[in-house]
Design a protein around this ligand. Structure first.
Ligand SMILES: CC(C)(COP(=O)(O)OP(=O)(O)OC[C@H]1O[C@@H](n2cnc3c(N)ncnc32)[C@H](O)[C@@H]1OP(=O)(O)O)[C@@H](O)C(=O)NCCC(=O)NCCS
Length: 165
């Protein structure tokens, strides 16, 4: 009865996407901490990112909530963008929010003249890999032992690229 539980959750319902700004810093930091990354972003760091004119940040909002249930942040340089992070709140993963978020974000990037989008994703991150490949991202390189892990080990990174133009 997973579908019924999802339907009855207060934050369920159609998701909308929209731009994020410094007012969302605390929520972005909280979401980032749910991402499972070795180093979480602090609210001050998120505020600096969200205030940076070279940064494009979008959120996905479930139901009528004013707080984002997920975010994606990219930094622009000339006609390229790098996706710095994308996270959907744990309770809403697998509901298609990541797809909505990335679709809207890539549209924003294309509208700003971005021709090439890059990102790095940890090897064996099946959900992220599937999400990126669905939008046409292709692997262009690998970095061995790139990510520090909470257990002290290291994991490799896959570099992916998508051409928008
Ligand atoms: C990666 C992430 C943003 C995806 O968001 P999401 O809302 O769960 O994704 P969606 O529900 O839109 O699903 C996207 C695709 O991934 C697939 N997917 C979702 N969870 C999956 C899982 N655990 N394993 C394999 N595939 C999965 C879906 O089936 C879907 O594929 P499809 O479109 O071909 O059917 C989310 O899992 C997350 O926040 N993870 C933690 C942070 C992270 O790893 N970010 C990426 C860092 S580079």
């Amino acid at each position: 009865m997973d579908w019924l539980r999802k339907l009855l959750r207060p934050d369920s319902g159609p998701a909308r996407t929209g731009p994020l700004d410094v007012r969302h810093s605390r929520h972005v930091a909280a979401l980032h901490h749910q991402g499972g990354f070795a180093r979480g972003w602090e609210p001050g760091e998120c505020a600096a990112l969200l205030a940076d004119p070279a940064v494009v940040a979008d959120g996905v909002f479930g139901g009528g909530s004013p707080h984002p249930a997920g975010f994606v942040i990219s930094r622009l340089a000339a006609d390229e963008a790098e996706i710095l992070s994308i996270v959907v709140t744990r309770a809403r993963r697998g509901d298609g929010l990541g797809r909505s978020l990335l679709a809207s974000h890539l549209g924003q990037l294309a509208g700003r003249g971005v021709a090439h989008v890059y990102l790095e994703v940890e090897e064996n991150n099946a959900a992220a890999d599937r999400l990126y490949r669905r939008f046409g991202f292709r692997e262009v390189g690998r970095r061995k032992g790139y990510y520090p892990k909470p257990d002290g080990g290291r994991a490799g990174a896959v570099t992916m690229r998508l051409d928008l133009a």
